[in-house]
Ligand binder design. Structure first.
Ligand code: ASP
Length: 347
């Protein structure tokens, strides 16, 4: 459970109040406008939006609603991009990344390269509420998770192990591993011929205009052990400003990190952009920051996908990606998949 009146939260709120009375610039969005409860997330969040809307309606804290929504995906062995059952690193070990931010306090928590814990988003939330740090990684993050009472378990499912083994066997004809005897296990999304990735990002806004967000992933399949993507990086895979909105990303993490993706989107919201346009702005920055020749396709376009999702403090939502895809949204009309705005119409 979260602790909204923690020492750190209280101190930060006091600073905000003091700032306002000292005549510092007021937030872009005028207080008092009608706010609608709203959610913007990656498409794998769709099944959990209705439950999350109900919780927001009942007044549950926005961060807890977001974390509980992504916990479903983290615990689902069939989603091979997040939590339990996620595709492992090059050594066959599942390493998870997650971060979260709570808009009412602007507090953040994050874990990187966390092993053996199914719900890294909960550990990130524990970092947020129970420490004065923002980010814990590797062995330190695991020890912290143990101290907070999280159960350790093997996260590598048989299905994920088989995919990893197939990758290992097909690596090279010059190493000591023989070509696989079995046919290659079917991969879900490999449009650009690269390996499968995936993540869930979930952002919500309640009727008071409070926003929070969370991002959680097993990261790039077969990554070099210790590789940390954008998902646990505050400002890249997620950024929340309690006075502006919440935004997050999925897709090629390295390109989101170098473009400070989610922060770029929230800053565009601050300048008054609609979340859809702000997400498209973030996508453009991620694409134009790429100078790696191995990440350009035959048409001279990015050979990778980047997606952003955002909700602002008025409850407006939007999503955009480099290439056409969909994102999920929730509001008074219910939960649905929508087309993301896109930079290019085809790969
Ligand atoms: N952004 C994730 C990462 O780079 C992967 C993904 O969303 O597909 O770790």
């Amino acid at each position: 459970m979260s602790d909204p009146v923690s020492r750190r939260g209280f101190l930060k709120s006091s600073v905000l109040v003091a700032g306002a009375s000292a005549g510092l610039p007021l937030p872009t969005f005028a207080i008092g406008k009608k706010v609608q409860i709203a959610i913007a997330c990656s498409s794998n969040g769709l099944p959990y939006i209705t439950e999350a809307l109900e919780k927001l309606e009942k007044g549950q804290d926005t961060l807890d609603v977001a974390v509980e929504a992504v916990n479903h995906v983290e615990s689902d062995p069939k989603d091979m991009s997040v939590g339990y059952g996620g595709l492992p690193n090059a050594e066959g070990i599942v390493e998870l990344d997650s971060c979260c931010m709570h808009g009412p306090t602007n507090n953040a928590g994050s874990v990187g390269s966390l092993r053996n814990i199914k719900n890294p988003s909960r550990v990130a939330r524990d970092v947020l509420w129970h420490t004065d740090h923002v980010m814990l990684v590797g062995e330190g993050a695991l020890r912290f998770a143990r101290m907070m009472g999280h159960k350790e378990e093997n996260l590598l499912t048989e299905a994920a192990r088989k995919r990893w083994l197939h990758w290992k066997l097909s690596h090279s004809q010059k190493d000591d591993w023989l070509e696989p005897h079995e046919k290659r296990p079917k991969m879900k999304k490999e449009k650009d011929g690269k390996r499968e990735t995936g993540t869930i990002n979930f952002n919500c806004c309640n009727a008071k205009g409070e926003v929070s967000g969370v991002t959680t992933t097993s990261g790039l399949a077969w990554k070099i052990p210790g590789r940390v993507g954008d998902s646990p990086i505050i400002g890249a895979g997620l950024y929340v400003d309690g006075k502006i909105g919440s935004a997050g990303s999925t897709g090629m993490g390295e390109c989101v990190i170098v473009s400070c993706g989610a922060h770029t989107v929230v800053e565009a919201l601050r300048r008054g952009m609609h979340p859809k346009d702000a997400c498209l702005h973030g996508v453009k920055r991620a694409a134009e920051m790429n100078r790696m020749p191995n990440r350009v396709n035959k048409k001279g376009r990015p050979s990778f996908q980047v997606n952003f999702y955002a909700v602002d403090v008025k409850g407006q939502v939007g999503g955009a990606a480099i290439y056409p895809t969909r994102y999920a949204k929730g509001d008074a009309q219910g939960a649905k998949l929508c087309d993301s705005a896109s930079l290019y119409s085809s790969w």
